[in-house]
Write a protein that binds this ligand. Structure first.
Ligand code: 8YV
Length: 332
């Protein structure tokens, strides 16, 4: 049987496959998610990147798209798919999707909120602890046999310190709750003050940064928050302050961050996300006062399972004519 780009030549497609909707997968997705997709769809895996001619050939049949939180789904790609009905994002963030372009065509966009809140909040506190208590460096200290030479350098106390949350949404609140359990004084900034929220509100990231020891960024990505954390904010955070980013690399001016770290204008950083993933500047990789993780905020077996169930469930619901489980607010 001729198999080209995962699509069999039309006369040779099996009857059962003919009834399956075509889905364009635009990211390297978790294998169990791919397995689920293969069961219910005719899958075209990243052919928009690898084989534009193949995409052009199947484009009129593509009714669904499966993406990840980091995926770029620009207007041009949406425009190439005249039969597209739904974009299912395997992730809570959908800043890479041109939702306005989707809306104009009545295309649904779904994501996976809630199920990853705990994991991302856990990692945020993990990075706070790791960078302040120098856990990775301490691990290296033991592994490299330095312990017999004397104790490891002292670190920064976390309990009781002041923690500022940039973006007090679902995950931001989960981070705040965890910080409270560490006896930390929590404050926040957001576009608007939250009615009924007991944490002190600061109108700008710079004002918040000036008032805390740890600045944790968990605001959505996209044009509105691009480089929100800039030189001014980092300077306000100060030489004793730590930055933690579990949101999107785009929210932090990475060049300004590198410069601030090099100049000692902040004490350190814990970063799970970067401007141009998976590329991480050598300057950051070489620094001793940063802890770097490869976008693992939601990367546990339990959470990825739940995300896959939700992302796949949204596609199933759509093609069964049922209400979507978790549409993004703009297309709900
Ligand atoms: C990714 C994320 O989707 O939820 C988000 O917004 O960025 C992550 O959970 C995940 O890494 C899959 O690529």
């Amino acid at each position: 049987m001729v198999q080209r780009h995962g699509v069999r030549a039309f006369p040779e497609r099996l009857e059962s496959e003919l009834s399956k909707p075509d889905v364009l997968v635009v990211a390297k997705l978790w294998p169990p998610m791919m397995e689920a997709l293969h069961g219910a769809f005719l899958v075209h895996d990243r052919i928009h990147q690898t084989d534009p001619a193949a995409l052009a050939a199947v484009a009129p049949r593509i009714r669904a798209m499966a993406a990840s939180g980091e995926s770029k789904v620009p207007r041009e790609l949406i425009a190439q798919l005249p039969a597209l009905e739904i974009i299912s994002v395997f992730g809570v963030g959908y800043d890479g999707v041109d939702v306005a372009a989707a809306r104009e065509r009545g295309i649904h966009v779904t994501h996976t909120p809630d199920v990853l809140t705990d994991d991302v909040a856990d990692l945020a506190l993990g990075l706070v602890l790791a960078v302040a208590r120098r856990i990775p460096q301490a691990d290296q200290y033991v592994r490299q046999g330095h312990w017999p030479e004397g104790p490891a350098p002292l670190a920064r106390k976390v309990s009781g310190a002041r923690l500022g949350v940039v973006g007090l949404g679902r995950i931001g609140q989960a981070i705040a709750q965890r910080a409270e359990a560490f006896g930390m004084a929590v404050a926040y900034t957001a576009r608007h003050e939250k009615v009924g929220c007991a944490y002190p509100y600061h109108p700008t990231p710079a004002a918040l940064a000036a008032a805390v020891d740890f600045l944790v960024v968990i605001t959505p990505g996209g044009a509105q928050t691009r480089k929100l954390i800039d030189t001014e904010v980092l300077t306000a955070l100060g030489p004793q302050g730590f930055l933690v980013n579990v949101a999107r690399g785009s929210v932090v001016d990475q060049a300004a961050l590198v410069e601030a770290l090099q100049a000692g204008r902040i004490a350190g950083a814990g970063l799970d996300v970067f401007e141009d993933e998976p590329d991480v500047p050598l300057a950051l990789r070489a620094m001793d006062n940063v802890v770097l993780t490869p976008h693992i905020g939601s990367a546990t077996w339990q959470t990825r399972r739940a995300m896959a169930d939700l992302a796949f469930g949204n596609l199933q619901a759509h093609f069964a004519g049922q209400p979507l489980l978790t549409p993004v607010p703009q297309t709900a």
